[in-house]
Design a protein around this ligand. Structure first.
Ligand code: C5P
Length: 203
């Protein structure tokens, strides 16, 4: 007895969040950006809090500080704590409970189709070229008023993707049954339309 679940994974700044939010709005599903769990945990470690303790005591309120959580420093801290098996284990139940919500759910992250929701009804692996991902994330940050160069953004994405792909526990990789969506040459509307079409075929 489970709700319809859409799992969206992929490297940093590929457009997962944008596709996930639009998909959830289109079908009336709830959406969880699971990166926020790791970002909020990472943020709490910056003042010396133990990462496992931080993950175990995370509160919904900790996820509601979007601007702070979106900085490259916090992204790096997130990627570091995300490599710790005990941190990941502490966050599993919350994500699976979210996925079971009646009415359908979209979760986006790195290990949703492989570990968190291996039985998801739809699995998308969203990618884009390194250059395009860096440009998009740079624009996003500059528009929010962050002072960051394109090179700095590209370096952050590179190092996180390398760490996220190389870790032993729940590494970034497409599930065997995931459908790949390369958004390099797609507009947001085109990427969303492709995701909606894929979901409609499985509803
Ligand atoms: O998706 P986002 O870029 O916000 O994720 C920040 C970091 O959190 C990632 O670089 C990754 O290390 C970690 N993460 C993860 N598993 C997820 C979601 C995010 O390891 N499901």
């Amino acid at each position: 007895n489970r709700a319809f679940t859409v799992a969206i994974d992929g490297p940093a700044a590929a457009g997962k969040g944008t596709v996930a939010r639009a998909l959830a709005a289109h079908f009336g599903f709830t959406h969880l950006d699971t990166g926020l769990l790791y970002r909020a945990t990472g943020l709490r470690t910056l003042d010396g809090t133990d990462p496992v303790e931080a993950a175990k005591t995370l509160k919904a309120k900790d996820l509601e500080q979007d601007d702070l959580l979106r900085t490259p420093d916090v992204a790096q801290a997130a990627s570091r704590v995300a490599a710790l098996p005990e941190v990941r284990a502490a966050l599993v139940d919350f994500q699976r409970a979210f996925a079971r919500r009646s009415g359908g759910a979209v979760l986006d992250g790195r290990d949703i189709g492989t570990v968190i929701c291996p039985d998801a009804d739809v699995k998308l692996y969203v990618t884009a070229s390194d250059e395009i991902r860096a440009q998009r994330r740079h624009n996003e940050l500059v528009n929010k008023g962050h002072e960051v160069t394109l090179d700095e953004v590209a370096a952050d994405l590179r190092s996180r993707d390398a760490r996220d792909s190389a870790r032993a526990t729940a590494p970034l990789k497409p599930a065997a049954d995931a459908v790949e969506l390369d958004t390099s040459r797609m507009s947001i509307d085109e990427a969303v339309a492709a995701a909606i079409a894929e979901t409609e075929r499985r509803i």
